[in-house]
Write a protein that binds this ligand. Structure first.
Ligand SMILES: NC(=O)c1ccc[n+]([C@@H]2O[C@H](COP(=O)([O-])OP(=O)(O)OC[C@H]3O[C@@H](n4cnc5c(N)ncnc54)[C@H](OP(=O)(O)O)[C@@H]3O)[C@@H](O)[C@H]2O)c1
Length: 330
């Protein structure tokens, strides 16, 4: 049965703002509470989006028995702490990517969710995008034959400000956990866990990784060539090269986008346009969380905790190969 759910936002920053714009599109999502370390910020955010309550600390918010689901939108290095706080209070959790800083933290979050029999999911919104799902459908249909190579990128010229979260090692700074996680996700979704990983990284003056190239090799000889960077712009595309053709998720491939497809013998690529959608595309993951709760699930069948475990394990291996260390976390 479809129920209404009281949502709370933990951390009123940039992504929370985009997410809430989309949350408002879902009739069964009630914008109930905001929580910030600063009550004025929580109040302003609540007023802007029409939340009923505003809390000046995360602890006060999780103590509110009317909160059903918490969306965690703090920097990666706080996801572990904030997920444990919410799960301890038996709040369903949708936690931004990267799910945490390392595999140990992810394991502890999952153990707490299981102990409390409470819903937990990584907010990997791409998993729920209609265009990404269409690409998976084409690849799984075998119309292009076997997938042999994934080529995926995500780069932008980041702010040259060493105090920014993107360059702060205490906050898990570096392109890998922020945007490199998307290319890694695309390879993991389609080819699974690689046998071999080789990387080359460039570091910023703060010691954070700024650009990383990753090559993966799989048991059957398949490969992935993945890159992320805060040093330049890229075309932000994901390509899937198969034995009888290829598909490409076009610019900003991880959001709703078009797909180019070419079959062996075709004179040109054809395009599958993305269905028109309202909002940014964050509503799909939020709707999915509520569907899971409607069905008394404590884990998503589409974005299972085993996938988040595998994703973090691969990211840990990439970090080890590239020499990326978070001194206060590892
Ligand atoms: N899915 C996506 O498309 C997407 C896009 C961007 C980012 N993200 C993810 O979302 C998370 C947040 O990113 P963001 O860009 O929204 O970050 P942000 O604006 O820099 O910070 C988010 C919020 O975290 C809270 N926070 C708590 N402790 C903090 C501390 N010590 N330093 C800084 N902030 C602290 C702050 O909220 P209060 O001051 O209100 O307490 C802050 O506004 C990251 O993990 C990122 O990977 C996802």
């Amino acid at each position: 049965m479809k129920k209404n759910y009281n949502w709370a936002i933990l951390g009123c920053g940039k992504i929370a703002r985009k997410f809430c714009t989309d949350l408002k599109l879902l009739p069964n999502a009630k914008l109930y509470a905001t929580a910030s370390r600063d009550i004025n910020k929580a109040t302003d955010f609540a007023n802007e989006f029409g939340f009923a309550k505003a809390y000046g600390s995360y602890d006060e918010m999780v103590a509110d028995p009317l909160v059903d689901i918490v969306y965690i939108a703090t920097p990666h290095s706080f996801h572990h702490k904030h997920a444990l706080l919410c799960l301890e209070h038996e709040k369903a959790v949708l936690c931004e990517k990267s799910f945490a800083i390392n595999s140990r933290e992810v394991e502890e979050m999952i153990a707490k969710a299981r102990e409390k029999k409470t819903f937990l999911m990584e907010a990997f919104w791409t998993r729920f995008q209609p265009s990404f799902l269409k690409a998976l459908e084409i690849l799984n249909s075998n119309e292009l034959g076997k997938l042999k190579m994934v080529r995926s990128d995500f780069a932008f010229n980041g702010p040259k400000d060493s105090t920014n979260r993107l360059y702060n090692l205490d906050l898990g700074g570096g392109s890998l956990l922020d945007i490199g996680i998307y290319p890694v996700f695309s390879a993991l979704m389609t080819l699974g866990k690689p046998e071999q990983i080789k990387t080359i990284a460039q570091f910023s003056p703060t010691g954070s990784e700024e650009t990383i190239q990753m090559s993966f090799k799989y048991a059957g000889g398949e490969m992935a060539s993945l890159v992320s960077s805060f040093a330049s712009y890229s075309s932000i595309q994901s390509e899937f090269w198969c034995e009888r053709g290829y598909i490409r998720l076009n610019r900003r491939w991880f959001t709703p986008t078009s797909i180019s497809i070419w079959h062996e013998g075709d004179s040109a690529e054809s395009i599958i346009e993305s269905p028109a959608i309202e909002g940014n595309g964050y509503q799909f993951e939020a709707a999915h969380v509520m569907e899971c709760l409607d069905n008394q699930l404590t884990e998503s069948p589409m974005m299972p905790l085993s996938f988040s475990t595998d994703l973090m394990e691969v990211l840990d291996r990439v970090r080890k190969d590239a020499g990326i260390v978070f001194p206060n976390h590892d």
